[in-house]
Design a protein around this ligand. Structure first.
Ligand code: ZN
Ligand code: ZN
Length: 138
């Protein structure tokens, strides 16, 4: 996980106080929050924050590569402060989205159309998380 103002500047984003707080929240919460969740979490801490600011900031962050979008949840747009290669597992019972480590994606990358240039890929798994499996078994 990278930190703060330096990182935002590296990505070409001017680090305002609100942007820093939003980035810090996403980077420190590996829950892949939606813009609404980020707003709810920060509104007490930053009374001047608006939902629109959070939405616009996340759009800016995504286009500058500060954070990644995670497309695993079809009902809402989620964000990830971890931009290193990793896979996502979504639990169909609790809706939780969990990171899992992968070293590389050679077999997936092999299926890019001939002659195309690959910029990004996401590895998505759907199933039931260990906690929900345990709860079900009891
Ligand atoms: Zn679960
Ligand atoms: Zn993730």
């Amino acid at each position: 996980m990278k930190h703060g103002a330096e990182y935002l500047k590296e990505c070409g984003v001017k680090p305002s106080m609100q942007r820093l707080a939003i980035y810090k929240y996403v980077a420190e919460h590996p829950t892949h929050p939606t813009a609404d969740e980020i707003y709810e979490a920060l509104r007490d801490q930053i009374p001047t924050l608006s939902k629109t600011t959070v939405y616009n900031t996340m759009k800016l962050f995504v286009s500058n590569g500060v954070v990644d979008e995670v497309f695993i949840d079809r009902t809402s747009e989620r964000f990830d402060g971890n931009t290193m290669l990793h896979a996502h597992f979504m639990c169909e019972m609790c809706g939780g989205i969990f990171d899992s480590e992968i070293d590389n994606i050679p077999s997936v990358a092999a299926y890019v159309p001939k002659g195309a240039e690959l910029h990004k890929t996401q590895v998505l798994y759907y199933g039931v998380c260990p906690e929900c499996l345990r709860a079900k078994a009891e």
